[in-house]
Write a protein that binds this ligand. Sequence first.
Ligand code: GLP
Length: 243
Amino acid sequence: MQIINTENYAEMSKEAARLVAATLRLEPEAVLGLATGSTPQGLYAELVRMYREEGLDFSEATTFNLDEYVGIGPEHEQSYRYYMDTNLFNHINIDKDNTFVPLGLTEDIEGECEIYDELMDMVGGTDIQILGIGENGHIGFNEPGSVFVASTHVTDLTESTIEANSRLFAKKEDVPRRAITMGMRGIMSANMIIILASGEKKAQAVRDMVLGPVTPECPASLLQLHPQVLLIADDEALSGIEF
Ligand code: GLP
């Protein structure tokens, strides 16, 4: 795993945007794996700026998001589809038909998981996968557990994740208890993975991911086995690691 240590959040975001832009310029039909959460918001703002000011072209790109809450629809302000539309897709020239976010509100949630993996297989996986990291070491919504789950699946959110994400909901009880998430196979099949981390709250998870054993108790630790992972993190997120 390569590490880029940035001074702060803004630099982290710019560094990640530079790499996504380079991928798109080299391959306009690139398949981008995208994440939600607070961490990549600066990256998306920078990509929007590059589209407006530098003509970065998304018209041929395809995107796959990591996850979605179960039980809320795309018009719900906390749904990840809504997040992607408002943070990125509505502001760039991407064809929304080529943007995939799992459907959280569907009668056939298991079928949705299968379709999602089939769609990803059809395009040959992602060229570049953006990830954040949960305070408990989760990636996407692959929560700590006893096994790594390979395929897209429905998962019960841990108390730690519900607590962390409750800041975005009116009250903790409103946070969905389940989510649909890309599994480890989908994530690991990316040609390149960029994982972003900012702030002291992520320091322990970052340390476990980089220096700990590869274990499903810290899902992000599996990234140690991927040949092309770049961790872009600020000083605070890297404070648990000595260079
Ligand atoms: C969320 C998402 C993850 C995200 C992580 C960290 O629950 N499912 O994809 O990376 O938790 O979120 P944040 O960037 O807001 O700290």
